[in-house]
Design a protein around this ligand. Structure first.
Ligand code: BGC
Length: 447
């Protein structure tokens, strides 16, 4: 196939709690995921595990960066553990925590790999949680301060930031269903308030980053329902667009519950009563505080097929599924970037895409994962179609380089192109790592 644009960014992504380990080393403060996994009163994680050691990337950073380089990775999206660099979230800075990220960033730069930093990938310092976490508006200032400290520290080395990963999961899983830390089950009204605070926090962080590093690009990574048309007709495309952003369906898990606030400075008229009531309590000055990001990161795993009326088409029995039983729907990769672009007009990065497979080491000592290769191949072909049809996608980051701690599913799901043998920490590149290396090295021409 024709190559991707010359400056297209190919890479991989991960998050601090999922891969670092070293949960209590070198002055790191505890965070809500440490507490959630260690909770003696309940087993929140399917296999009873935690991120205490995870992939031990904290100690194996050099080896991991070397592996990335060997595979032709051009960009690495990783997150900073807030409690590692500011143990209680809003107090003194922990220089040893920064030393770890200095090592990582410098090694990446030496390897010719662009560091892309996420500031918040769910591991809130426990001390801030005890002050109310994302329900307490004071967190806006603390997050802004943290962002400023990080951006000042890395100015000239890190050029791309993402403030918050998936505010929708932070809210709906952490404070709604309670499946994720901090494990709360709050009302929809309170969820609306959390969304609003997250948007204010993004905005404050963006201002603070720009104040100390005006060249930095600042994005956000929302998630939520992504619909794609059953048939490629103008009517069906329109229905898919509308269904993606219709807040009267499930407003909690939509991209626009966040992006409309930041970019359109208000809610869509389709908001349900609970959100309308909350909206009425918002100080109008808040809307002027909202910052439009420089780009939008979208995490694309699967989508909802809709018909001409926008109704979801049920998947047929035996529909293709991944290891953790998520539907395989490559078409979403063609339409989602176009729909997000149509509504917001901003450049897009695919900040995550991938799947879990039941990978294991085969008799020959290798890890063969044809399902992953087929999945990524299909999604990338569709991505290119969407780009050819006008979506300005600047880069693609596969989730994930290493197998890692998959939140409430523990180590039961493997998303990596590199296998991690957890008892020894040994890394074994899977077949998909070699395949993806070829994709990156040929700028997609081999697809
Ligand atoms: C999250 C990742 C997670 C992945 C797979 C995304 O929602 O950002 O942290 O591992 O999905 O579940």
């Amino acid at each position: 196939m024709r190559a991707f644009p010359k400056d297209f960014v190919w890479g991989v992504a991960c998050a601090s709690y999922q891969c670092e380990g070293a949960w209590n080393e070198d002055g790191k403060g505890p965070n809500i995921w440490d507490d959630f996994c260690h909770d003696p009163t309940a087993r929140h994680i399917r296999d009873g595990s935690s991120g205490d050691v995870a992939c031990d990337s904290y100690h194996r950073c050099r080896e991991d960066v070397a592996l990335m380089k060997e595979h032709g990775v051009k960009a690495y999206r990783f997150s900073i553990s807030w409690a590692r660099v500011i143990p209680d979230g809003d107090g003194p800075v922990n220089e040893k925590g920064f030393a770890y990220y200095d090592g990582l960033v410098n090694q990446l730069l030496e390897a010719g790999i662009q560091p892309m930093v996420t500031l918040y990938h769910w591991d809130l310092p426990s001390a801030l949680h005890h002050k109310g976490g994302w329900l307490n508006r004071q967190i806006v200032e603390a997050f802004g301060r943290y962002a400023r400290i990080v951006a000042r520290h890395f100015a000239g080395r890190v050029k791309t930031y993402m403030t918050i990963n998936e505010p929708q999961c932070v809210t709906s899983l952490g404070y709604g269903s309670g499946e994720h830390a901090p494990g709360l089950k709050l009302s929809q009204r309170e969820l609306a308030r959390i969304y609003h605070i997250l948007c204010l926090a993004h905005s404050e962080a963006q201002r603070q980053i720009k104040a100390v590093d005006p060249q930095a690009l600042v994005g956000i990574v929302p998630c939520g329902r992504l619909c794609y048309p059953r048939q490629d007709t103008p009517e069906n495309r329109e229905a898919a667009y509308r269904a993606t952003f219709d807040l009267s369906r499930d407003w909690v898990f939509t991209h626009n519950i966040v992006l409309d606030s930041l970019i359109r400075k208000g809610y869509d008229p389709s908001i349900p009563a609970v959100l309308r009531q909350f909206a009425d309590t918002i100080d109008p000055a808040d809307w002027t505080q909202m910052e439009t990001p420089d780009f939008i990161g979208i995490n694309v795993y699967n989508g909802v097929m809709v018909d001409q009326t926008g109704s979801a088409v049920e998947n047929y029995p035996g529909f293709p599924l991944t290891g953790c039983k998520w539907p395989v729907t490559p078409e979403v990769m063609r339409y989602a970037p176009q729909n997000i672009y149509r509504r917001y007009g901003l450049p897009i990065y695919i900040t995550e895409n991938g799947l879990s497979c039941n990978d294991r080491v085969h008799l020959d000592g290798q890890v063969h994962d044809p399902d992953r290769i087929d999945f990524l191949h299909r999604y990338l072909l569709e991505l290119k179609k969407g780009m050819d049809e006008g979506a300005p996608v600047k880069g693609y980051l596969q989730w994930s380089f290493l197998d890692n701690f998959e939140w409430s599913l523990g180590y039961t799901e493997r998303f990596g192109v590199v296998y991690v043998d957890y008892p020894t920490g040994r890394r074994i590149p899977k077949d998909s790592a070699r395949w993806y290396a070829q994709v990156m090295n040929t700028n997609g021409e081999c697809l």
